[in-house]
Unconditional design. Structure first.
Length: 365
């Protein structure tokens, strides 16, 4: 399951965002370190294609793919040296696949900012630098051990030491490890290091209702400019106040509320969609009389690898995949008609699954 950590300084709206995402009711009082232990919530990934396939197939059940969000304690300057809840915070980040870095881009005299004034660019730099410093310390300690093995002629240790030295140089310059240009083998090695700054980051700008519906504000624009050159380079603008209000409404009233505001969808839908794009994830579907279900795989996954997400036996005994694209399927109207009309494609082990594919796997074990 994809796991995204919601991070940021105290009082930037992390817990409010988490509550809106999961309707889990995590504390979100107006004081620093309200979140001590991470709250975890599982969220359905919105995908109207699943609803349409389910409707056409008349399946007994509909099973969406899900994403897990983790609300992690607020970080402060000096966290890399144990300030605040630093060590606990950094340890929690290591366990997630991606980071949603929430940055406050609104003024409100009733909500205190841990550093006094609102400055999202500064806040971003503080959190980034604490992660860089924590990684630099971890890399230097690991490098010290690996160099001894490398000197003995161990080939794997030599490769690891060379990569660690590259990481060390980048981190010493104050830059995150994700800026490194790596080949597939080096990326595999880097994952083993569990570096905080190697994780993909989505910057979430929390703005006021007026700025969301208007042209934004100077803080938001400065943040977007500062992120433009980042390897992550994605900013999603949301208003946690609006999202919190939406979370309290049923589906029908949500639609009405969004229409009144002139919005097409909740900001949380955009956040989840951006997280998928950030991690190069795509969705394929399986459907039948009993169930229509969405599945998540990495873009570039082969048909057997996709089959393995359903069950390891499907991958081990893979024979072929019968598949059709979502658009073509909705045009025809049913799996049976698609088969009768010869519209299903028979794909082998080298087939790369496409976003929106509807697949029936043939296997034998």
């Amino acid at each position: 399951m994809l796991k995204v950590g919601i991070v940021g300084l105290p009082n930037v709206g992390k817990s409010s965002l988490f509550n809106a995402l999961t309707a889990a009711g995590a504390p979100s009082e107006n004081y620093p370190f309200c979140t001590v232990d991470p709250n975890v919530g599982t969220v359905e990934v919105p995908d109207p294609r699943l609803d349409r396939i389910h409707e056409l197939s008349r399946s007994d059940s509909r099973v969406p793919t899900v994403i897990q969000f983790v609300d992690i304690a607020g970080l402060v300057k000096g966290a890399s040296e144990g300030e605040g809840l630093g060590n606990k915070f950094l340890g929690n980040i290591r366990e997630v696949d991606a980071i949603a870095h929430v940055l406050r881009c609104f003024d409100d005299p009733d909500i205190t900012h841990v550093l006094g004034e609102v400055d999202p660019v500064r806040d971003r730099e503080i959190v980034e630098m604490e992660l860089v410093l924590a990684d630099l310390d971890a890399v230097e300690r690991r490098l010290e051990k690996v160099v001894k093995r490398a000197k003995s002629g161990e080939k794997e240790a030599k490769r690891e030491a060379a990569l660690l030295e590259r990481c060390q140089r980048v981190l010493a310059e104050g830059r995150p490890a994700r800026v490194l240009d790596l080949d597939p083998e080096e990326r595999r090695m880097l994952r083993a290091f569990q570096l905080l700054t190697s994780k993909p980051v989505l910057f979430v700008a929390n703005v006021s209702e007026e700025d969301l519906l208007g042209d934004g504000n100077d803080g938001l624009r400065a943040l977007q400019e500062s992120v433009a050159g980042d390897a992550a380079g994605r900013v999603v603008t949301i208003c946690s106040k609006i999202e919190s209000e939406l979370a309290e409404l049923d589906d029908e009233h949500q639609v009405e509320f969004l229409a009144e505001l002139g919005l097409e969808e909740p900001g949380l839908n955009r956040l989840i969609r951006e997280a998928y794009q950030l991690l190069d994830l795509i969705t394929f579907f399986t459907t039948g009389e009993n169930e229509t279900r969405a599945w998540t795989v990495k873009e570039g996954s082969t048909a057997p690898e996709a089959a393995g997400t359903i069950h390891s036996d499907f991958q081990r005994g893979f024979i072929r995949a019968e598949t059709i694209g979502f658009g073509e399927f909705t045009e025809i109207g049913s799996w049976k008609d698609a088969r009768d009309q010869g519209r299903l494609r028979s794909e082998g082990k080298e087939y790369l699954v496409k976003d929106g594919d509807i697949i029936l796997f043939r296997f034998n074990v």
